[in-house]
Ligand binder design. Structure first.
Ligand SMILES: CC(C)(COP(=O)(O)OP(=O)(O)OC[C@H]1O[C@@H](n2cnc3c(N)ncnc32)[C@H](O)[C@@H]1OP(=O)(O)O)[C@@H](O)C(=O)NCCC(=O)NCCSC(=O)C[C@H](O)C(=O)O
Ligand SMILES: [Mg+2]
Length: 285
């Protein structure tokens, strides 16, 4: 299994040429060109053309390039998907996925093309998470993203700084992603000028089990990369665990002692994931 870093996934409107240019040099692991909510209704066709042109012209280096289409059932969806099918995007992000039919429809238009990522951002999607992720293998669904703005609106949550009202659904999204072996990305923070608040939200997302966070501004990339890590201590510990299991005395053991703690082979699996992500991040920069 490959472990690609997805600590930071930066959204930008595909209609914003300046932002696209900037994204080619930012330290985000994933760049998401948006055709949905960040694009004004009369700019949809222009944004679609700009997204396809940006994907084709490349220059994003190690960054995984994803395009968010308009939702299945909207006037723009089929044209978006048809344009993205052969574009070379790594994935198409489908917003407001309510049921597996949306994934099947998207796959039918995309053909063998890009992977599918899904935004989980409606109450119905939360209720139907098991059937949505059950369609992952058949539709090439590879990641779930929590759409926290839409969820807060639909659930009529109040905007608590600690996102307490959203935590139960954030947990359900991680559980569904993990059950199906999918990547899980946390929703955006709308806070633009308070890095400490963004960092706190990243810490919360990481504690809940998310692989990374979706972002809306370049200033949010560094906190997300730092929090979703791994940091020096995590790398040191992962190496210690891997070394301990490499030792001859661990060969016939499921559990061993490392630095005063019990460590099992499940921890070795986690250590290998940490080291793989660390290596991917350090070898490219
Ligand atoms: C939120 C913004 C509209 C703020 O714009 P602005 O005030 O113009 O930003 P700055 O002046 O601070 O910008 C400084 C420079 O950085 C560039 N920039 C800004 N944002 C981005 C970005 N996202 N990617 C790349 N570059 C960016 C500016 O061009 C400036 O560059 P320079 O000219 O060199 O100084 C704006 O940040 C923005 O549009 N953000 C993205 C919004 C978006 O994509 N929203 C959709 C996804 S979020 C969502 O839909 C949530 C989900 O569905 C849910 O339900 O939760
Ligand atoms: Mg949304």
């Amino acid at each position: 299994m490959t472990h690609r870093p997805r600590r930071s996934a930066l959204f930008l409107p595909a209609s914003n040429a300046r932002a696209i240019e900037k994204a080619r040099a930012l330290d985000a692991d994933v760049v998401i060109l948006d055709l949905e909510d960040a694009v004004a209704p009369d700019q949809k066709a222009t944004a679609r053309e700009a997204a396809v042109a940006a994907v084709r012209s490349g220059g994003f280096g190690h960054r995984e390039l994803v395009v968010r289409a308009n939702a299945i059932g909207t006037a723009e969806a089929e044209a978006d998907l048809a344009a993205l099918a052969g574009s070379g995007a790594a994935a198409v992000l489908l917003p407001k996925v309510d049921d597996p039919q949306a994934l099947h429809r998207a796959r039918a238009v995309l053909g063998k093309g890009p992977a599918l990522w899904a935004m989980i951002e409606t109450p119905r999607a939360i209720l139907d998470l098991p059937v949505i992720v059950a369609a992952a293998a058949a539709t090439g669904l590879a990641a779930l993203i929590a759409g926290t703005n839409d969820l807060a609106k639909e659930l009529r949550c109040r905007p608590f700084p600690d996102r307490a009202p959203l935590v139960p659904v954030l947990v359900q999204i991680v559980v569904a992603a993990r059950a199906a072996g999918l990547v899980a990305l946390d929703g955006v923070s709308n806070v633009l000028d308070d890095p400490a608040a963004v960092e706190a939200e990243c810490r919360q997302g990481r504690a809940l089990g998310y692989d990374g966070k979706t972002l809306i501004h370049p200033s949010q990339v560094a906190p997300a990369n730092a929090v979703f890590g791994p940091d020096e201590e995590e790398v040191r510990w992962a190496r210690a665990v891997a070394r301990a299991f490499d030792g001859a005395e661990a060969e016939d053991k499921g559990a061993i002692r490392v630095e005063g703690k019990m460590v099992e082979r499940l921890h070795l699996e986690e250590a290998r994931r940490t080291l793989a992500i660390h290596e991917a991040v350090t070898t490219r920069s």
